[in-house]
Design a protein around this ligand. Structure first.
Ligand code: CO
Length: 138
């Protein structure tokens, strides 16, 4: 079959203090923030730090009932999900569903920085929350 994943889009890390995490990456590794966004629907604030053609995505809750707040309460800070870049989010999502694997998003939806995304359930993905990320022309 065709390879559906074209790049590691981002590695997402859940943190309690976004400013402290940004400072850590800036001061220790010289990483600058390329994009910041509050995704109100998901209850998260994110900062994207570019590494080559990929990003480190630092995530923190923007409200108490967000899934990232629950994640931090249950598991503490650390790896939250991995974003795989795809040419077509819809096509990749259909492949996941067509192979009988569980998804969190039945259909693609808007993500941050104008992307189209869908989340794949970690239960049938070997314990990793996966985000399929399709970049769209600006
Ligand atoms: Co993500």
């Amino acid at each position: 079959m065709d390879m559906l994943l074209t790049e590691i889009d981002h590695v997402a890390i859940a943190v309690n203090d976004l400013e402290a995490a940004i400072a850590y990456y800036r001061d220790t590794y010289g990483c600058d923030v390329e994009h910041r966004e509050v995704v109100e629907k998901d209850g998260v604030e994110e900062a994207l730090l570019r590494v080559a053609d990929s990003y480190i995505q630092l995530l923190t809750p923007s409200r108490e009932d967000s899934t990232v707040a629950k994640f931090l309460a249950n598991k503490g800070e650390g790896l939250h999900h991995i974003g795989y870049r795809v040419d077509s989010c819809a096509e990749a999502l259909e492949s996941v569903k067509g192979h009988g694997h569980r998804v969190l998003d039945e259909v693609p939806r808007p993500g941050s920085r104008g992307t189209t995304v869908a989340f794949v359930h970690p239960k049938t993905a070997f314990g990793t929350l996966i985000e399929l990320v399709q970049e769209n022309p600006a």
